[in-house]
Design a binder for this molecule. Structure first.
Ligand code: PLP
Length: 401
């Protein structure tokens, strides 16, 4: 999107504001499906925790995507947005047996990641097909917060416990129809992914009634210049070939599934905020914006480096700024960044604001959550209104003291 288009949207809808480019989401979806075009049965399940606005879900539904969910509420929102239950997979971690029951009741494919629930579920519902999430113990990424396949991870059933899984299956006569892994959100290396895939294939051989193999996600998108990006085209070529060979060996048709979040929506998102104050101190120049980690927590939470552009002055001379929010504690978006000269009132644009940005926002400091706009066919469409004081008060009860 052009800076002028974004500035116009901020003027029309106010700031701070989240903007999502529908065309970019579609582009990424098609990139992924094209990379695996040799695979006859391919299923992309969008991991909706990345960005869960129902209009975004609807857009992905029209593209042909399925949905990956982690809570009963996500399942309910997905159904509300138009996904049929057979297009949804439920991949929770550490949720109650009752929640899994409630989701299975809706006809959604469930994915179980621990032996205790597997045994209980198989005993009570031997006929309901279940996918199991394995932990292949592969360290896929660079950021220790988001590598979920390694030895100390809370996710998945260890591959060393497969004999126990087989015992449960034998005892309960339950139906395992899928094997799943998700090795984390930071795959730097296709070879690591392929290595983990071999473990998935090995595990799959021990189950006779599989319908799908789910390779999770973890595709990396660039945040700043020089960042590594997963080469989807190369992964598609290599994994498709291996998958098709495995399918032949397995002897019955299998679906290849993925559940990307970040890959589909990260780069489609722009977060726009206004500069309230430019503050010169003895050591730096702060640009203070009308937002904070309540709206975009990734820099403070993960140390993410979102590119920041001054879209009010895109051609301005570059200066160094420390961009900070208005939350009353440390609230830094960027340190010593080269940004086109900033004046009070300018609109700053944060890139890669599609994934894990709005969906992780809060009302901390009793601030309203921003509005969201979908940019489609050269026009902005409001898909979430900015909150108001009524929203903050809605569920509170004032006692008559
Ligand atoms: C969060 C999550 C994803 C999506 O990860 P991205 O890095 O956003 O692609 C996929 N699968 C599961 C099970 C997840 O929890």
């Amino acid at each position: 999107m052009q800076p002028s288009e974004l500035v116009a949207l901020a003027r029309e809808y106010g700031n701070p504001l989240y903007v999502y480019d529908a065309e970019k989401i579609e582009f990424q979806y098609n990139r992924l499906t094209n990379a695996f075009s040799k695979v006859e049965r391919l299923r992309i399940n969008y991991a909706m925790k990345a960005l869960s606005n129902i209009s975004i879900l609807k857009l992905l539904n029209t593209l042909g995507s399925g949905l990956d969910t982690v809570s009963l509420q996500e399942v309910q929102l997905g159904i509300h947005a138009g996904f049929t239950p057979d297009k949804i997979i439920f991949t929770p971690n550490g949720v109650s047996f009752e929640e899994i029951e409630a989701v299975a009741e809706l006809g959604v494919q469930i994915n179980i990641d621990n032996l205790s629930i597997l045994e209980q579920f198989g005993t009570k519902y031997p006929k309901v097909p279940v996918c199991i999430r394995i932990n292949p113990h592969v360290m896929a990424g660079g950021n220790e917060n988001i590598s979920v396949g390694h030895i100390d991870s809370k996710f998945g059933i260890s591959i060393y416990q497969i004999p126990h899984v087989l015992r449960i299956v034998e005892n309960t006569k339950m139906n395992i129809n899928g094997i799943h892994m998700h090795t984390g959100s930071d795959i730097l290396d296709i070879e690591v992914f392929l290595y983990a895939s071999e473990i998935l294939f090995d595990t799959a051989k021990q189950f006779k009634n599989l319908q799908f193999l789910d390779f999770g996600s973890g595709f990396k998108v660039p945040y700043k210049k020089g960042d590594i990006e997963t080469n989807i085209e190369e992964l598609g070529k290599k994994l498709s070939k291996r998958f098709l060979a495995f399918e032949k060996e397995y002897g019955s048709p299998l679906t290849l599934a993925f559940e990307p979040g970040k890959f589909l929506v990260s780069e489609a998102g722009y977060f726009l905020a206004k500069v309230n104050v430019v503050k010169q101190t003895t050591s730096t120049v702060f640009a203070g914006i009308d937002s904070g980690f309540n709206h975009l927590i990734r820099p403070m939470f993960y140390g993410s480096q979102h590119v920041i552009e001054n879209i009010s002055n895109p051609k301005g001379k570059e200066r160094f700024y420390t961009v900070v929010g208005y939350i009353c504690e440390t609230d830094t978006f960027a340190n010593n960044r080269r940004i086109a000269e900033i004046h009070e009132g300018d609109i700053l644009c944060f890139k890669n604001a599609g994934a894990y940005c709005f969906s992780m926002s809060s009302n901390y400091n009793s601030r309203f959550k921003p509005a969201e706009v979908l940019w489609k066919n050269g026009k902005g469409h409001l898909i979430r209104e900015r909150e108001t004081l009524e929203d903050l008060l809605q569920n509170q009860i004032m006692l008559s003291l």
